[in-house]
Design a protein around this ligand. Structure first.
Ligand SMILES: Cc1cc2nc3c(=O)[nH]c(=O)nc-3n(C[C@H](O)[C@H](O)[C@H](O)COP(=O)(O)O)c2cc1C
Length: 401
């Protein structure tokens, strides 16, 4: 889970997007966090205290709470309790107050009294957001060490599209996770450029059919995300683009030949390539221009397959400064087959995983395997989430870069 044992202090201010915040609270809790909610008086026009108290399983802290509990130092206790503070939605009003050091209610006072990371998600009308004064205030908050995220461009409450929309709760969770991870872990891949490939390729038979494989792209996605969390600049080349992008540069491809072209055009300038994609070994020699029809009396359809380029081997041949890592998805003789591939393709490292068993491998959220290096060192990774496995692999690579 992304936030196991973490204390999240969520400040909700008076923007229309406040209605989405019970969902955000639930997502934080689902990911293992404890959440305390602070609400401004104006935010109560957009979301109920009762809902927030129910989903956070706690009282909701507001200006009345301070006057009713005079013996407590709520504005100091809350930031002390928190691992980090999220302000979502952050109104133009609270942004202006914080940028100028105001402390005239519980929300503003506790932020001024806080030395933990503060993550601000502005959300407002596009004109309000674009105003020089709002931009100046946001700049000033950034300068003061608070983290300001850009709102999204999309449909606004006003009924038209513009820049000022609060990201969806799932995106906020991912954004906060990445920011807090980077804050609390050494950035061992800082300044390094990575290419990570992901997913199974699709080789056309005709305009509607293809030859594919069971690779879901999840392992590759987690590897790209892990490298990015550890500070790398990552391009993810994938056949499966439907994962949260975060800071990744995502290039979408379909076939093995497209995958190869996308990697090779970027290869010269990167420090490492991790090939977790499952490119097809063969493709149809001449895909049909039109949908292939059944023909009465013909019980067979013959397809001629030709060999696809061996992308890893070709990268191995051209290797200069690049650290090259591959995957060996095997159903038998795991380590021996992986060792052979490592050598033949001039890799620095290979991750061998068994895809024949009931658990792990393709389509699964979990995986296990062995990391094998050129010098013969073997590191075993026991069954764990693909996210954890990816962090272990990327940390191991960082020690060799
Ligand atoms: C219907 C309505 C919707 C509003 N939506 C927003 C909004 O999305 N973002 C914003 O910055 N202000 C919005 N405002 C203005 C704020 O509610 C107002 O500035 C208020 O003083 C903010 O108080 P707070 O920052 O203490 O919560 C809205 C006002 C109304 C009446």
């Amino acid at each position: 889970m992304m936030f196991t044992g973490k204390h999240v202090l969520l400040i909700i201010t008076g923007g229309i997007a406040a209605y989405k915040m019970p969902q955000l609270v639930r997502l934080f809790i689902k990911q293992g966090a404890q959440v305390k909610v602070v609400i401004t008086e104006n935010a109560k026009n957009f979301v109920t205290v009762k809902t927030l108290a129910t989903v956070s399983q706690d009282v909701v802290y507001d200006d009345h709470y301070i006057s009713e509990n005079v013996a407590e130092l709520t504005h100091l206790d809350l930031p002390m309790w928190a691992d980090f503070v999220v302000i979502a939605p952050a109104t133009a009003d609270i942004i202006a107050k914080l940028a100028n050091g105001f402390a005239d209610n519980l929300a503003t006072t506790l932020v001024l009294a806080c030395n933990k990371p503060v993550y601000i998600f502005p959300a407002m009308n596009d004109v309000m957001y674009a105003q020089h004064v709002t931009q100046r205030n946001l700049y000033s908050l950034n300068e003061s060490g608070l983290t300001v995220f850009s709102p999204e461009t999309g449909p606004l409450a006003e009924g038209y599209s513009g820049k000022g929309r609060l990201p969806e709760p799932a995106t906020i969770i991912e954004t906060v996770y990445a920011a807090f991870y980077r804050y609390s872990h050494p950035q061992v891949l800082q300044g390094k450029k990575f290419i990570v490939t992901a997913g199974g390729t699709r080789e056309a038979i005709d305009p509607v059919r293809f030859i594919g494989n069971r690779s879901s792209g999840k392992m590759g996605y987690e590897l790209a995300r892990a490298a990015s969390l550890l500070g790398a600049n990552v391009t993810l080349i994938t056949t499966q683009p439907n994962f949260p992008k975060g800071d990744l540069k995502v290039v979408t491809v379909t076939t093995a030949e497209q995958l190869q072209a996308a990697v090779e055009v970027r290869y010269a300038e990167v420090d490492a390539v991790v090939m977790a994609a499952a490119p097809a070994d063969f493709r149809v020699a001449t895909p049909a221009d039109q949908k292939i029809k059944k023909v009465d009396g013909e019980d067979e359809l013959k397809l001629t397959l030709i060999k696809n380029p061996d992308i890893l081997a070709s990268l191995g041949k051209k290797k200069k400064q690049q650290f090259l890592a591959g995957f060996a998805a095997e159903t038998q003789d795991l380590e021996a087959n992986a060792q052979k591939k490592l050598k033949h393709k001039h890799l620095n490292m290979i991750i061998a995983n068994n895809v024949g068993g009931a658990q792990g491998g393709f389509d699964s959220d979990e995986n296990a395997g062995k990391i094998i290096f050129k010098d013969g060192t073997v590191k075993t990774i026991a069954m764990t989430s693909k996210a954890e496995m990816a962090l272990t692999i990327m940390t191991t690579i960082s020690e060799r870069l």
